[in-house]
Design a protein around this ligand. Structure first.
Ligand code: MN
Length: 136
């Protein structure tokens, strides 16, 4: 049994992986054969990930606010509290907050044999981000 106390400050999302201000807290880290990692990610308005893929896929669960996500070749989709999204392994995508709203999600993903959970690409441009989203 391993208890990890809530003593670490929230991390700042790395500038090469995110646009805007993003704060992260570890929920589950890799230990031994346990490969699932999870993070609480708080996006300020307009903040979003860069384009990226996950070797084993990823589920995000929207906890608060209004978010956006997009897979390569698809429209931008609106996300609200309680929505969840599964990104297929190696599906290129991004996720983040709406332009005028905060968004917090729980992100869950499994590491591959090399310990990688994500492969990062270029930033989402303002032009890409400002395309009108669909809501269904
Ligand atoms: Mn992702």
């Amino acid at each position: 049994m391993q208890i990890t106390r809530n003593v670490n400050p929230s991390g700042r999302g790395r500038a090469e992986w995110f646009t805007g201000d993003v704060y992260t807290d570890v929920v589950a880290s890799q230990v031994g054969d346990w490969r699932m990692r999870a993070a609480l990610v708080r996006f300020t308005p307009g903040a979003r990930t860069a384009w990226h893929t996950h070797p084993r896929g990823q589920t995000i669960w929207i906890m608060e606010g209004v978010g956006l996500c997009q897979r390569e070749g698809g429209p931008i989709e609106v996300l609200r509290q309680g929505d969840r999204v599964f990104f297929e392994p190696d599906e290129n995508h991004w996720h983040g907050a709406a332009p005028d709203r905060f968004m917090t999600h729980l992100a869950m993903h499994e590491a591959d044999e090399t310990g990688s959970v994500a492969d990062w690409g270029r930033h989402v441009t303002d032009e890409e981000y400002s395309q009108p989203p669909v809501e269904r």
